[in-house]
Ligand binder design. Structure first.
Ligand code: P6P
Length: 335
């Protein structure tokens, strides 16, 4: 049941029945994520006032310069979720390998695995542009009582039981799905409570915003070049508007509200694209589909891709269904 302005806590309790097979752990996991998000939000919102911005002097497995806030956010989410006896493992963009959580009794009886990008778009922190956290939840596939294995993380996105993001923008919002639609909660920082501000979020079937880094145009596959030219043509409802923040969560969130498509294609520089399948594309694709949108790699539904490794990358086309269909047409024609 959805009542505008109900709190996130009330929403979880009133919709507990939706969490099939869960005797409350999934609700507790969402609660833990919302707590960690409040803590991270507190730091994100004062970046620049304290020495929490800038590079941490390390690079992550992606070879990307780790920002201090990346490392801080990663630690906060791991700490908050680990000691709640809900997940048996965590995989993070910031960690080379997954983390095993055996539980207080070391009995390996926790039911879920969590995958996350703790702070996506973090290169924007120092220039005061919004960033986000992305998370994805699966039931484990290995038997209870055994330590988590890589197979528990390498599940196709169509097996997700929950996915969501926190966008630290002009307001801080938690947007998530458990397979029963998408709901958005806005944090009132004065009292630390999230309120249901965007019930039943839906991607408009079409739109006129396209989000892609056109600086890489020369390196794009021909189908992407053709689609960009289509967006720019003076015909019908076009030219479309180009909007690209450089923060996936922010571009996705705006496109879900206004209608639009986000594309991060492969290029000569990024031969598989840049975005990671497990903790960026799969959760955003689950949310997109639950909101009536679409997500593919230009040819194949993102949620049907069988992952081979934790940090693998895929090309990403995601947004309003009719816009993704049109982009896929250009990709297939150019094949
Ligand atoms: P580029 C941030 O690093 C990110 O993963 C997404 O949030 C964002 O959309 C994209 O990369 C930006 O990448 O190559 O256009 O700067």
């Amino acid at each position: 049941m959805v009542r505008k302005n109900q709190t996130l806590g009330e929403f979880i309790i009133e919709n507990q029945a939706e969490f099939k097979y869960s005797s409350g752990e999934l609700s507790r996991l969402i609660n833990a994520i919302r707590l960690a998000a409040k803590v991270v939000n507190h730091e994100v919102n004062k970046a620049g006032l304290v020495d929490i911005t800038g590079a941490a002097g390390e690079t992550n497995i992606q070879g990307e310069q780790q920002q201090k806030l990346d490392v801080y956010a990663n630690e906060k989410f791991i700490q908050t979720i680990t000691n709640r006896e809900i997940v048996c493992g965590i995989a993070s963009e910031e960690n080379d390998d997954f983390i095993t959580i055996q539980g207080q009794n070391k009995d390996n009886n926790n039911k879920y695995v969590l995958l996350m990008d703790p702070l996506d778009g973090s290169s924007n922190i120092d220039v005061n542009v919004s960033v986000g956290t992305i998370f994805s939840v699966y039931r484990r596939v290995t038997p209870m009582g055994q330590p988590v294995t890589k197979e528990d993380f390498l599940q196709p996105g169509n097996q997700q039981v929950a996915a969501g993001y926190i966008v630290y923008g002009t307001s801080t919002m938690l947007v998530y799905t458990t397979g029963h639609g998408v709901n958005g909660f806005t944090l009132n920082p004065a009292i630390g409570t999230y309120y249901l501000s965007h019930p039943n979020m839906r991607f408009p079937k079409t739109g006129n915003i396209y989000s892609v880094n056109e600086g890489n145009y020369a390196q794009f596959p021909q189908g992407v070049k053709d689609y960009i030219k289509y967006c720019q043509a003076e015909e019908g409802d076009r030219p479309y508007t180009a909007r690209y923040i450089g923060s996936l969560v922010s571009d996705f969130h705006r496109n879900m509200i206004k209608g639009g498509i986000y594309i991060y294609p492969k290029s000569k520089k990024a031969t598989k694209g840049k975005l990671r399948l497990l903790y960026e594309c799969n959760p955003m694709a689950f949310i997109a589909e639950q909101a009536g949108g679409k997500a593919s790699d230009g040819f194949t539904r993102i949620l049907d891709i069988q992952p081979e490794s934790l940090h693998e990358r895929v090309p990403f086309f995601c947004g309003s269904e009719e816009m993704v269909n049109k982009a896929e047409e250009f990709m297939q024609k150019a094949e």
